[in-house]
Design a protein around this ligand. Structure first.
Ligand code: ATP
Ligand code: MG
Length: 287
C-alpha cells in the first residue's frame, strides 16, 4: 500500500526567519526558525497567544488574507513554498501536507458517512478513482488503527467516539502519504486515555510512513511524551529549541524553566499548568 512506503523527500518542513503580522499590527511571530525532519516529531509549546497556531497555519498556506509573512526560506517536503498562489498551495496540501486540528467534529461533515468522506478526499486529489476509493479508505482506516474498520466506513461522524473521529481526521490527513503532518492541539479536547492512544498512533504513523510531524500543544506533558525535539515559543519568538530530553531536562530560558515549574513563584506549585505561571516573577527573571 502506498501509504507505508515513501521516497525520502528531504525535510518535511523548513522555516528560516519567519515573521507573521496580522493587518497593520506589530508582528505576532518574529524571527522563527523551525525544522521538522523526515520521520521526526517536533513539538511547539508556548502559552496562549505566543504564535503557535500562526506558525502552523503558515506552514500549510492557511493564514487569512489579513496576515503577511516575511521569511528568508520556507520549504515543505523539500519544495520552496515562498510565493505559492492559492491553487499551488491546495495542490501541495493534497500531495505533501496533512493537518489535524483540535475539534474533529468541525473537520468532518456530519451528514456524510466516514467512508464517503475519505473517498471524496481521495477523488479531489486524484489519489484513487471511484472503484478503488473504498478499498483505499479501508486501508487508511486500518492505517490509523480504527477498530472494526469495515463497519466504520458506513458510520456517520456522530456515531463515533471523539477519539475515533480524530482517527478519521488523521486518516484523511494521511490520504496522500504526506511528508508533513501538522497537528494543532489535536489531542487537547480528548480525555487523557484517548489522548494517549492518539499520541501512540502518531508515533506509529511516523514509524510506518516516515511522516514528519509538527505537533503543537500548550501541554508540556503531552509534548514531553511524544516529541523528539521541542521548540518553545514565547511572545512570538522561539526562545529555546533542542532535543526533548535536553529542553525538558536542562531548560535554559526562564520561560521554559517557569513552564517546568522550576522557578518557584507565589501562586504556582511545581509543574503547574501554563495559565497560572506567575507573570511578574517571569518578567523579573527574564529582565
Ligand atoms: N486572524 C487573526 N487576526 C488577527 N490577529 C490574530 C489572528 N490570529 C491570531 N492572531 C493573534 O496573533 C497572536 C498569536 O496567535 P496564535 O493563535 O498564533 O497563538 P497560539 O500560540 O496558537 O495561541 P493558543 O494557545 O491560544 O492557540 C495572538 O495575539 C492572536 O490574537
Ligand atoms: Mg493556537
Amino acid at each position: 500500500m502506498k501509504t507505508t512506503t515513501r521516497e525520502p523527500r528531504g525535510d518535511a518542513l523548513r522555516i528560516e526567519r519567519m515573521d507573521i503580522a496580522y493587518g497593520d499590527a506589530e508582528p505576532v511571530v518574529r524571527d522563527v526558525d523551525l525544522r521538522v525532519g523526515s520521520g521526526e516529531i517536533v513539538g511547539v509549546i508556548g502559552e496562549s497567544g505566543s504564535g503557535k497556531s500562526s506558525v502552523a497555519l503558515a506552514s500549510l498556506g492557511l493564514l487569512p488574507d489579513s496576515a503577511s509573512i516575511l521569511v528568508d526560506r520556507m520549504e515543505v517536503a523539500g519544495q520552496d513554498v515562498t510565493g505559492l498562489d492559492e491553487l499551488a498551495w491546495c495542490d501541495l496540501r493534497g500531495r505533501s501536507a496533512g493537518m489535524v486540528f483540535q475539534e474533529p467534529m468541525t473537520a468532518l461533515n456530519p451528514c456524510v458517512r466516514v467512508g464517503a468522506q475519505i473517498a471524496e478526499v481521495l477523488r479531489i486529489h486524484g489519489l484513487a478513482d471511484a472503484a478503488a476509493a473504498r478499498e483505499r479508505a479501508l486501508e487508511l482506516l486500518r492505517l490509523v488503527r480504527m477498530p472494526d474498520p469495515e463497519r466504520r466506513l458506513r458510520s456517520y461522524p456522530h456515531q463515533l467516539s471523539g477519539g475515533q473521529r480524530q482517527r478519521v481526521v488523521i486518516a484523511i490527513a494521511m490520504a496522500a502519504s504526506p511528508a508533513l503532518l501538522v497537528a494543532d492541539e489535536a489531542t487537547t479536547a480528548l480525555d487523557v486515555t484517548v489522548q494517549a492512544q492518539i499520541l501512540e498512533l502518531l508515533r506509529a504513523l511516523r514509524d510506518d510512513t516516515g511522516v514528519g510531524v509538527l505537533f503543537i500543544s500548550h501541554d508540556l506533558g503531552v509534548i514531553g511524551q511524544l516529541c523528539d525535539r521541542i521548540a518553545v515559543m514565547y511572545r512570538g519568538r522561539v526562545v529555546e529549541t533542542g532535543p526533548a530530553a535536553e529542553v525538558l531536562g536542562a531548560p535554559s530560558h526562564p520561560y521554559t524553566k517557569a513552564l517546568l515549574g522550576s522557578i518557584p513563584t507565589r501562586a504556582t506549585p511545581a509543574r503547574s499548568p501554563l495559565a497560572v505561571i506567575d507573570r511578574a516573577a517571569l518578567e523579573e527573571a527574564i529582565a
